[in-house]
Each structure stands twice: as structure tokens, then as C-alpha cells.
Ligand binder design. Sequence first.
Ligand code: BT5
Length: 244
Amino acid sequence: MPVWAGCVVRRLDTVDSTNLYARKWAREGAPHGAVVIADRQTAGRGRRGRGWLSPSGTGLWLSMVVRPDIPDEAYPLLPLAAALATADACEAVSHIPVRIKWPNDLIAGGRKIVGILAEREGDSAVIGIGINVRHQLSDFPPEFRDRAGSLEMASGEPISLPELEHELLYSLEAHLFSPSVFPEYAARCATVGSEVRVSSLKEDFTGVAESLDDTGALLVRDEHGILHRVLAGDVSVRGIMGYL
Ligand code: BT5
């Protein structure tokens, strides 16, 4: 068993958001590695105020409290490490290739199957991971059907939720603070080396994602040869989920 990842696990039938629950728990002193898992979220949260659909019996909706004894500038690496850990766990149970779309969407069969939301809470961080496992296409609202998927849709095989949870905890413990996160992440990241479109509050352009810098930012060269350091915003990748 992992030592700290999942040292305490709280299982809930229904919660608004496992991230909100874990943030409150962190304020109350949850230990490093404490995990909350819900069968269903009524207000699952995505990035920048977006939502995350989390119906009962279809996925793994989990948040972990980490109390990283690391400098502020290392914090942006946590979600990248979580993406790598989750990709490994998904591959271990499904035996299909799972790739990362920078910074932390996981793609299988050309569809987004995982979303990750890392948030700060005082001196802790909460890492929220949503893995679509059992959904079929008709389980998604029509507006998601061209891009959302699940592990079972991509693999065509039944996936065991307890096995996935077990693999995920192991993998989070192995990767979250590992010094080899960068090369492993870059090797799995479908964005690096691809043509991308960047849409952020500041700018909107296309270019080639050349690499990551050591803070995890994406370095994109536009068609005029100018290198942009992309920290946030939406980056779509040509050939993945249709480029857009
Ligand atoms: C994310 O946001 O991808 C981060 C999602 C994190 C969810 C986990 S579940 C456990 C923990 N507790 C929480 O409350 N949150 C975390 P973003 O990149 O903003 O993607 C959100 C967008 O993806 C939405 O606006 C929809 O378009 C789409 N979407 C919503 N639910 C989806 C789903 N189940 N599968 C695929 N796409 C979805």
C-alpha cells in the first residue's frame, strides 16, 4: 500500500465538490495524503468557474490534500505531476494509450477522459481528479459529445473502479514529488512538438509548442518566429480533439 497517499480516505455518496470538501478538511487539519472520494458531485468544479459533470456510478471523483514542503515556484508543477500519475494509472487498468494535453487534460481515443483541478488552501494544496470511467456517449449532454469520452468508451473493456482507485493512489505517491516528473511528463505530453492554437485573455494565435520551461509553462513559437511563454489559457492541439 502507498504510505501517505490515501492514508485517510473519506467516502461520500453525494457532495457538492470533492475539492471544496477537501479544502475545508485541509483548513481543519487533514493530514498530507488525505483523500475524499464521492460517488456523485452535484457541483463538480472545472477550471475558471467551469463545471464538471459527475453523475453517480460513472467515474472516479477524488480530491487529495497535500501539504507540500516545497517553495512557491514549485507549486505549478503539482498539477503536471498529477496528470502524469493519473495517465499511468489509467493505462495500467485499461491497457490503452493515454496522452496528456498541456497542462493537465488526459486524452484517450481522441477524447477528454480526465480533468484535473489543483487549488491552494493556505499552506496546503488540493488536487482534484475526475476520471470518466463508465460513460457511454449518450451519457454526456449533446454539447459534450464531440469531445468527451471515458476509459470504457476508449478501451471497449469493463474497468474496475476499485482497481483504478488503488493504481491512482500508488501512482500519485510515486510521481507527485518525483525529480523525474519533467522528462516523463514531456514524453507523454501530446502538446509538446505539435501545432497549437492559444486562446488566452491576453492573446490569440497559432504556432508550434516547442517545449516546457522549468516552471511548467509552455513555450510556443508563433508564425512570425516569436517565442511566447504560455502560462494559462486554453491551448488546442492540431489532430487532438479536432484541433479547433
Ligand atoms: C477540468 O476543467 O478539466 C478540471 C475538472 C476537475 C474535476 C475534478 S472531479 C474531482 C474534483 N472535484 C471537483 O469539484 N473538481 C475536481 P476544465 O478544463 O475547465 O474543463 C471543464 C469543461 O469540460 C466544462 O466546461 C465542459 O465543457 C467539459 N466537461 C464537463 N464535465 C465533463 C466530463 N465529465 N467529461 C468531459 N468533459 C467535461
